[in-house]
Design a protein around this ligand. Structure first.
Ligand code: MSP
Length: 635
């Protein structure tokens, strides 16, 4: 039996899973099922990428050890794949003992073969965050905290990547499908042709990582560590090399340049293929935690089912290109293609067999025209699946659904049932519809596993649809006399308004749940107010005239603020930890001008200054990008 070993990226544990991560894992699960249908012994590995400075920092902010912190989030990913019913064979964490051994082993092999050396790494370092800022130039600010970076040199191990330029170009040349799609391959080739520089693969400034053998002050750079998971996940199982690394397009360089070079350096076999898909966009931007435009998978799973999400992602987005997610499009596809298309074909076919033939598949060879069409669609859809052209394959399968629908309408079995001597014709119509439905169901099972299993059972099969092989897809495999199972709707129609509202509601709940898992608090929703309520608040632009610390208080500053009235306001604000008094003079701010005056530490405060309240952090004053006149009202 041919083995097929495929992987997804291992996901960072600095954020909880969203449908961007689900997209890759669902595609991988679909490929797993397709390869299984071809009779391969398939192993799908995924996991979590848990080392590095970001995790160290996030854990510290919550008073946890990095291990405690990553345990929780890694579990969150594992749980997510379980809820979505994805068939994961290996889940590897970079914090496993086996991983440490494999990474150290890879390094030893490279060292023995003279592929690594000790050198000095000079880069821009953020003293506050204790981290090098990759790709920063002298004078650049830290992208995380905005403070200036400093040029720092530390001792590192280097991998001789510069010696691999020609070897990699030969690899891409000799194995044209090593990187796919073509656009990504061209990008990589252009990048490598510019020549490669040696790569630093260890750090001494990071603690949370796998130590270099015999030199524990060095830990491995995250990518040297992370990529090795693909091997450690199947250590000792004779599954390496991987047949496919499925990834998102932003990490192509690591997979198509660094990874094969490390493996060549260690004298180990290379993966056979790297396929990079595009980004899932939401509201025209890449969906990501930092952009805050995330949609989670479980609300969709609860309202429409995981198959609806799988279908949408693989049908709507051309695999390899970017594509947009929207709730409207999701429900639209669900209703038109699943409820009306496939669901309708299944229920009308099966109910007619119940009604006219007592629930038993009639004997007939079926209609030769539909049989031919089914065979043509089967081979072209399988060929498209083989190239990961999911959208195209599904489009073809749905053209067969439309053809069978049309056939049923033309044959009008409800009329045939009334015609004297119409029995044979009716048998043929019903058999054709049922046999086409069986082939369609088997073909879509890798994409819609749960629904296909239900239809398969309703067709009267007692075995699992996962046991169907490509050889079973030929016409005439459905046995006459087979008794149907109980018929029920597989895709009940969804009311767009109600289902979208429900998903959005559950999305808020899921966000809160994930935040709680991450140890963060979520602001409670505030009840709606009317515009009249809002207009009761007199918000004004003010300019700070002077500021001074309030004696015996770490938090309070006493400010005088001109808001366009004859006399400046005296305002006491809890911003001393974030702002030095002298830095505030002349700054324009937003003021709540009609807040009832009150005394703080004996000083009358005649209003309130507006600031964002940051979790566990300092307040951040609201300010204006354009020049605004003092006294202007905020509405
Ligand atoms: N830990 C690294 C990968 C190491 S692999 C040896 C990493 N992790 S990640 O958590 O950021 O996950 C990145 C992967 O998640 C992407 O390559 C892609 O597979 C998936 N996606 C995350 N957001 C996505 C979208 N918005 N759209 C499509 N895929 C997305 O990078």
């Amino acid at each position: 039996m041919n083995k097929y070993y495929l992987t997804t990226p291992i996901y960072y544990t600095n954020a909880a899973p969203h449908i961007g991560h689900a997209y890759t894992t669902i595609a991988a699960d679909t490929i797993r099922a397709l390869k299984q249908m071809q009779g391969c012994h398939v192993v799908l590995a995924t996991g979590t990428d848990e080392h590095g400075v970001n995790v160290e920092r996030a854990a510290e902010a919550q008073g946890k050890t990095p291990q405690e912190y990553t345990d929780t989030i890694s579990e969150e990913f594992r749980r997510q794949w379980e809820i979505l019913g994805l068939h994961i064979d290996r889940f590897e964490r970079t914090t496993s003992d086996r991983q440490a051994q494999c990474v150290q082993d890879l390094f030893r092999r490279c060292r023995e073969r003279g592929q690594v050396y000790k050198g000095n790494y000079t880069g821009q370092y953020c003293i506050f965050d204790n981290a090098f800022v990759d790709d920063a130039k002298p004078g650049d600010p830290c992208p995380d905290c905005g403070r200036p970076t400093e040029t720092v040199t530390e001792e590192n191990y280097y991998f001789r990547l510069s010696e691999y330029t020609e070897k990699l170009l030969t690899l891409y040349e000799e194995q044209p499908d090593f990187i796919q799609p073509e656009s990504r391959r061209n990008e990589v080739i252009a990048f490598v042709k510019q020549g490669l520089r040696d790569l630093s693969i260890t750090r001494t400034s990071v603690k949370w990582g796998i130590p270099v053998p015999d030199e524990p002050k060095h830990v491995f750079y995250v990518w040297f560590d992370a990529l090795t998971t693909y091997m450690s996940a199947v250590h000792g199982e004779h599954l390496w090399p991987a047949d496919l690394h499925l990834i998102g397009k932003e990490i192509v360089r690591f997979h198509a340049v660094f990874w094969p070079a490390f493996l060549m350096g260690a004298g180990l076999p290379l993966p056979k293929r790297i396929f990079a898909h595009g980004w899932l966009l939401f509201e025209n931007d890449k969906m990501s935690k930092s952009r805050g435009n995330i949609v989670r998978a479980t609300p969709i799973h609860k309202v429409l089912g995981t198959d609806a999400l799988r279908y949408f992602l693989l049908r709507e987005v051309v695999f390899g290109q970017d594509g947009s997610f929207s709730y409207d499009a999701l429900v639209g596809r669900y209703n038109s293609d699943l409820a009306n298309g496939l669901g309708n074909l299944a229920s009308r076919t099966l109910s007619m067999i119940h009604q006219y033939r007592g629930g038993s598949i009639p004997a007939s060879e079926g209609d030769s025209r539909i049989a031919e069409e089914a065979s043509a669609v089967t081979s072209s859809a399988l060929a498209a699946f083989e190239k990961f052209e999911f959208s195209k394959a599904l489009e073809m399968i749905w053209s067969l659904i439309a053809a069978v629908d049309k056939y049923i309408v033309e044959r009008a079995p409800w009329k045939q049932a009334k015609l004297p001597g119409g029995n044979q014709h009716l048998d043929q119509t019903l058999y054709t519809a049922a046999e086409a439905l069986r082939i369609i169901t088997s073909l879509i099972a890798p994409v819609l596993p749960e629904s296909a299993a239900k239809i398969y059972e309703q067709l009267g099969f007692t075995g699992s649809i996962t046991e169907v092989r490509t050889k079973d897809l030929h016409w005439g495999h459905l046995p006459a006399g087979q008794a149907l199972g109980t018929v029920s709707a597989v895709f009940p129609r969804a009311d767009p308004k109600i289902s979208i509202e429900k998903m959005k509601e559950l999305e808020i709940e899921e966000y809160a749940r994930q935040q709680a898992v991450l140890g963060k608090t979520v602001p409670q929703p505030v009840p709606h107010i009317t515009i009249d309520d809002f207009l009761k608040v007199d918000l004004r632009v003010g300019v700070i005239l002077d500021a001074a610390a309030v004696p015996k208080s770490d938090k309070l500053l006493h400010l005088h603020i001109d808001i366009g009235e004859p006399k400046p306001r005296s305002i006491v604000a809890g911003i001393a930890e974030a702002y030095k008094p002298e830095a505030l003079v002349g700054r324009k701010v937003a003021i709540v001008a009609n807040l009832a005056p009150r005394k703080l530490r004996g000083i009358e405060s005649q209003g309130m200054i507006v600031a964002a309240s940051l979790e566990g952090g300092s307040p951040s004053l609201v300010s204006f990008l354009e020049d605004v006149p003092v006294g202007a009202r905020l509405k």
